[in-house]
Design a protein around this ligand. Structure first.
Ligand code: DP6
Length: 334
């Protein structure tokens, strides 16, 4: 059998209702549902080559071998191999055009691209929903990056997790919101999301309240997105972000993902609001701040963010597409 390969591109997403905590860590099933917007500007390109000459799976990220991430990648590849009915090991190359492991959702774009590329390379046809279930097993937020625009990932109830999939709420062209990413540090975060959310579940006294609040937050966000109501979406997103950080900060020891510039940006965004510019912040498990605004205000918001001490750069994005194949051709002889 000759090598079979495929390449896919996927974009990170920003959660507007946050995923934080698992109901089953082994299957990577979330304790809460979540809603996100996929970003157009940032991207990860991942190539997968199943090759009979390989003795084990290989992974390089940004050109460097990465043994730590290989375990999760192999887990996803194992599923693909089981469906395809072969044992071939794979070489995986992943490159992102933004800092990885720094709270910019690199695992979301990377595992969404991996799920699509690996499935295609294995000669399988899968629905987007099935691909989201596959990507979820590498990294939860990756389930959402299979889709463009506004996306919901369902918590699901089943122990086997097949009802924990993502689906699109609104396509990217339906609502051209501005999402500005204020990068305050490119350094990798000290506590990764998986460890941070498990630590939160086990030690934070606010954990039950966080889980109980999720269904109402999801319903309200779904309605606000359906109405394309920036003020409501923004208020709900800010609340979900602060609630997620609050439950994590109350863990023992508490998790603090922010730096001084993160907090300064939060205040700058609220000052903008006082001046009549609807702008809202969201922060994931890292110090970067994502700001939602109307496209007509994007230039003004960007200038304000750039002027905040500690902000290294501002990336101006819009809702973007789901994961796509770059070259789906398999080398002959399969
Ligand atoms: C704060 O998807 O990275 O960005 O499933 O353990 O890989 P794992 O976690 P991950 O967590 C993302 C957490 C978040 C919020 C979100 O994206 O919903």
């Amino acid at each position: 059998m000759s090598p079979r390969s495929a390449t896919a591109v996927a974009h990170p997403n920003v959660a507007l209702v946050k995923y934080w905590g698992k109901r089953d860590a082994a299957r990577n099933l979330p304790a809460v549902g979540s809603i996100s917007v996929t970003l157009a500007r940032l991207s990860t390109v991942t190539s997968v080559r199943f090759d009979p000459a390989l003795r084990g799976d290989e992974l390089s990220i940004g050109g460097l071998p990465d043994a730590q991430a290989l375990e999760r990648v192999s887990k996803v590849l194992d599923r693909v191999r089981a469906s395809a009915g072969f044992e071939l090991r794979a070489s995986v190359e992943s490159r992102s055009d933004f800092p990885i492991g720094a709270g910019l959702a690199s695992s979301a774009s990377a595992f969404a691209a991996l799920a699509l590329a690996a499935t295609k390379a294995a000669g399988l046809e899968r629905s987007r929903r099935d691909l989201s279930v596959l990507a979820r097993q590498g990294s939860g937020s990756a389930a959402r990056s299979l889709f463009g625009g506004f996306v919901e990932w369902h918590r699901g109830e089943r122990a086997d997790g097949i009802d924990s999939f993502a689906e699109q709420l609104l396509p990217e062209e339906a609502w051209p919101l501005a999402v500005l990413v204020a990068v305050t540090s490119g350094a990798p975060k000290s506590v990764g999301s998986s460890d941070g959310m498990e630590h939160t579940r086990l030690t934070s006294p606010y954990w039950p309240a966080w889980v109980e609040g999720a269904p109402a937050a999801l319903t309200a966000m779904r309605d606000a997105i359906g109405a394309r109501d920036l003020v409501r979406v923004g208020e709900l997103a800010e609340h979900s972000c602060l609630a997620m950080h609050a439950v994590a900060m109350a863990a023992r020891p508490g998790l603090v993902y922010w730096n001084a510039a993160t907090v300064a940006v939060m205040h700058a965004v609220r000052e903008l609001r006082q001046k009549g510019v609807p702008a809202y912040f969201s922060i994931d498990a890292g110090p970067q701040v994502k700001v939602l605004a109307a496209p007509s205000d994007a230039g003004r918001v960007r200038d304000v963010l750039r002027a905040v001490p500690g902000v290294e750069r501002v990336i101006d994005s819009r809702p973007g597409p789901g994961a796509q194949l770059v070259d789906g051709e398999m080398e002959s002889g399969s």
